[in-house]
Write a protein that binds this ligand. Structure first.
Ligand code: ADP
Ligand code: ZN
Length: 757
């Protein structure tokens, strides 16, 4: 056989190169391989898993063409739809296709070391079809009472059960089982079992609601969607958006027989939402929890791919669920920044959802009480269809929100209060409101978006603040166990007794964290049942759900936590929400700081007053006139949007334009600075030679957080009104700009960044 006669394929490999690779398909493999099939190929002295992206590739100009060394699966791992989506992500976010595919496929399918993922099986005993008559039975078991007992037991279990169950729980002897098999009365086969950790979780069940006229109108409109139509569902907190999603899926999945994807910001934080979908659609739902093991995740993936389950519910990466015939993709809380992946490929699941739906002719629903400015602008420009649910379900009203001015409150209490005194943390009005809830047997939620005990430790004498040795970040004081912790790299150290700069024994803990609030609240209300929910209390897989289940069961009086407690929770007995300090994060040097603050305050306020008793929200702040605070107090999304959009005109920021953030990093500070300066110069020369209308280059400058995990960081910001200019320039830059192979120097390209820190 000559080289020309062999079939050549183009393979995408997970390597940082913007190209595909040509391999030959020999003999047996030719029949098994398809576009989208996984292949095992030799690459630089090792084996890699790649994906066939084209047949009949042109032979490369030089070099030997190597042969595909394995085709592990019977069919393609990626169908055409997911392949097209991968190509879009590769182009738009400027990431090699093979690296995108590694994200699209479950981890178990991307490791070359074990190309066949292990499938969990168990041995199942079944009574053979030809059940013996009574007479035959008497004869067969006349001298084998043990066999009879076992046989009848299997019958009573519905004719089938697992070997494990019979031998281990019921203590039958393996020889009796063997005898039955030998006499062809039963058969024993290996069957695949699905690892579904949700099967054992019993969620709260709730009555099936009849949609209100407002919900009905929205559902009806969605039912008449044209293929690829994107709805922005702006519904205030408690307006019943989940029911709208459920009714839409009834139509799409149950009546029209299609499949659907439901994206939520984080599964662990939204057990109630997940429970609702499971309650209605039961076994049709595959929950792609981020805490699943690789095996569990693979099982869920397989069930979706085989059509055994038709609804995928999950965080960001569920947008890659291997479904065909998709009818709807729902993105709940679409404004959440967790939909953007923080590492390569830095895709945004909302954008990927829209691309996937357009290509499949599915509808998209973006739901939020506080839509992102990007989506809102798209709605206003009629790119999205705007639907709204302006009122809470069942005549409930939004809670009244009041501000407590911390500047004034602290002055008032200064005469009596000491350093970390309760009155400085919980002001008089909030204290009275909590007490009233305890007296009435109602529940309160307290938000402080900072974990740990104290924000930082500072020397009163010289002003020195303890910082992380790896990051330019102050260390947070944690009390139990007592440690200084970096929230970026998890570095921990023993707290010092004296200042390591001036030697003074004058160290003070400053700034509040949830641990401290918890201590103060528990001291103030010793009989109250307090639960704290933050990263430190929720390390286990079901930790969030357990805390929330306790709240739901009325076993918690005060739920205290970070932004985790602001999302999606629906507890009718919560009548008070207190924000301990609204200003955390409001002054970060990031153009989205105000938007985040407004969203957080609106969302947490939305947890109050969902039941008949109504609700009250108290926001403690030092900046009551800030528009993020002001508009959250009046539930005035429109005013917030108007003011915020105006603030992003000069200097111009999204959604008024598009951004790409190029981050240069490495272990040597001067080397990183030099690389960033060279990169910015390179880009400026590029757009002088090849004009790029409307592209602005800003920087280079050190990042706001100059060092993370021992890496120094600089950045260059690209701004443009034309998305394709960012694609073009970004691709050109990443392909041609030479990054020296020393000091761990690295360049990353972040398209539509959600943070510029
Ligand atoms: P959102 O997500 O918009 O904040 P939810 O979907 O959590 O609101 O709904 C708020 C509450 O209203 C839930 O307890 C839900 O069960 C209830 N609910 C929703 N729709 C109806 C309805 N049509 N009739 C009665 N109760 C409803
Ligand atoms: Zn650190």
């Amino acid at each position: 056989m000559t080289d020309q006669a062999r079939r050549l394929v183009e393979v995408a490999l997970p390597v940082p190169l913007f190209q595909t690779f040509v391999y030959s398909l020999d003999g047996e493999y030719e029949h098994e391989a398809r576009i989208g099939s996984r292949v095992l190929v030799p690459f630089r002295k090792r084996q890699e898993i790649g994906i066939i992206v084209a047949f009949d590739a042109a032979p490369p100009a030089r070099g030997v063409i190597k042969a595909v060394s394995g085709v592990p699966d019977a069919g393609p791992a990626l169908d055409e739809g997911l392949l097209t989506l991968s190509r879009w992500i590769s182009e738009y976010y400027v990431v090699p296709l093979g690296i995108v595919m590694r994200t699209v496929l479950p981890a178990l399918l991307t490791g070359a070391a074990q190309p066949h993922p292990n499938v969990k099986t168990r041995r199942i005993v079944r009574i053979r079809d030809d059940i013996p008559t009574l007479l035959q039975r008497e004869k067969a078991f006349a001298r084998a009472p043990q066999q009879r007992a076992l046989f009848e037991l299997i019958e009573s279990l519905g004719g089938a059960t697992s070997v494990e169950h019979l031998l281990q729980q019921l203590k039958f002897s393996p020889s009796v089982l063997k005898a039955l098999e030998k006499r062809a009365l039963i058969s024993i086969d290996r069957e695949r079992v699905e690892r579904d950790p949700f099967a054992t979780r019993v969620g709260r069940s709730e009555p099936r609601h009849v949609p209100t006229p407002e919900q009905l109108a929205v559902i009806k409109r969605m039912g008449t969607a044209r293929p690829g139509e994107v709805f922005l569902l702006h519904g205030v907190t408690g307006s019943g958006k989940t029911l709208v999603y459920i009714e839409l899926l009834r139509e799409i999945v149950e009546r029209r027989g299609k499949t659907a994807i439901v994206l939520v910001p984080e599964i662990a934080l939204t057990p109630q939402t997940v429970d609702r979908f499971r309650a209605v659609f039961g076994d049709d739902v595959a929950v792609l929890h981020s805490a699943l093991s690789d095996g569990e995740r693979y099982d869920a993936w397989l069930a979706l791919k085989r059509g055994e389950k038709r609804i995928a519910v999950g965080a960001r990466s569920a947008v890659f669920a291997p479904l065909t015939n998709i009818g709807a993709i729902i993105v709940d809380e679409e404004h959440e920044s967790s939909y953007k992946q923080g590492e390569t490929p830095r895709y945004h699941a909302r954008e990927a959802a829209i691309v996937r739906a357009t290509q499949e002719g599915a509808v998209v629903v973006l739901g939020s009480a506080t839509p992102s400015l990007e989506s809102w602008t798209n709605g206003a420009a009629a790119k999205f269809t705007l639907l709204s649910l302006p009122d809470r379900v069942g005549g409930a009203t939004l809670p009244t929100v009041a501000v407590v001015d911390l500047r004034k409150a602290v002055v008032d209490s200064a005469a009596t209060a000491g350093e970390d005194d309760y009155q400085r943390v919980v002001t008089g009005p909030l204290d009275a409101a909590i007490r009233a809830r305890l007296d009435r047997g109602e529940q309160s939620i307290l938000l402080l978006n900072r974990r740990g005990y104290s924000a930082f430790v500072q020397c009163e004498n010289c002003g020195n603040v303890a910082t992380c040795p790896n990051c330019s970040i102050t260390l947070t004081y944690h009390r139990s166990p007592e440690r200084l912790v970096c929230h970026y790299c998890m570095h921990q150290e023993e707290p010092q007794r004296v200042c390591n700069r001036c030697g003074g024994a004058t160290l003070r803990r400053r700034g509040l964290g949830t641990q401290q609030v918890e201590r103060l609240i528990c001291e103030r209300f010793p009989s109250a049942r307090v639960a704290r929910m933050d990263v430190d209390t929720t390390s286990g897989k079901w930790a969030h759900a357990e805390i929330l289940d306790r709240v739901g069961a009325g076993e918690v009086d005060i739920l205290l936590g970070t932004q985790m407690i602001a999302k999606g929770l629906d507890f009718p007995n919560v009548t008070l929400v207190g924000v301990i300090d609204a200003d955390v994060g409001i002054n970060l040097p990031d153009f989205r700081a105000s938007e985040r603050c407004f969203q957080l305050l609106s969302q947490v306020a939305g947890r109050a007053g969902r039941g008949a008793r109504g609700g009250e929200v108290l926001i403690q702040t030092r900046v009551p006139s800030h528009h993020a605070v002001k508009c959250a107090v009046t539930h005035d999304y429109m005013s917030f949007v108007a003011e915020e959009l105006a603030g992003r005109i000069q200097p111009v920021y999204p959604p008024n334009n598009r951004l790409a953030n190029i981050v240069f990093s490495g272990s040597v500070e001067s080397g990183v600075a030099d690389l960033a300066i060279a990169g910015a110069g390179w880009l400026r020369r590029l757009i002088r030679v090849r004009e790029s209308p409307g592209l602005t280059i800003i920087g280079p400058a050190p990042c706001a957080i100059e060092r993370i995990k021992t890496r120094w960081r600089w950045h260059v910001l690209l701004k443009s009104e034309h998305p394709h200019e960012l694609t073009r320039v970004g691709r050109y830059f990443l392909e041609r700009f030479a990054v020296p192979a020393r000091d761990g120097l690295r360049v990353t390209f972040d398209r539509d960044p959600v943070t510029l820190l």
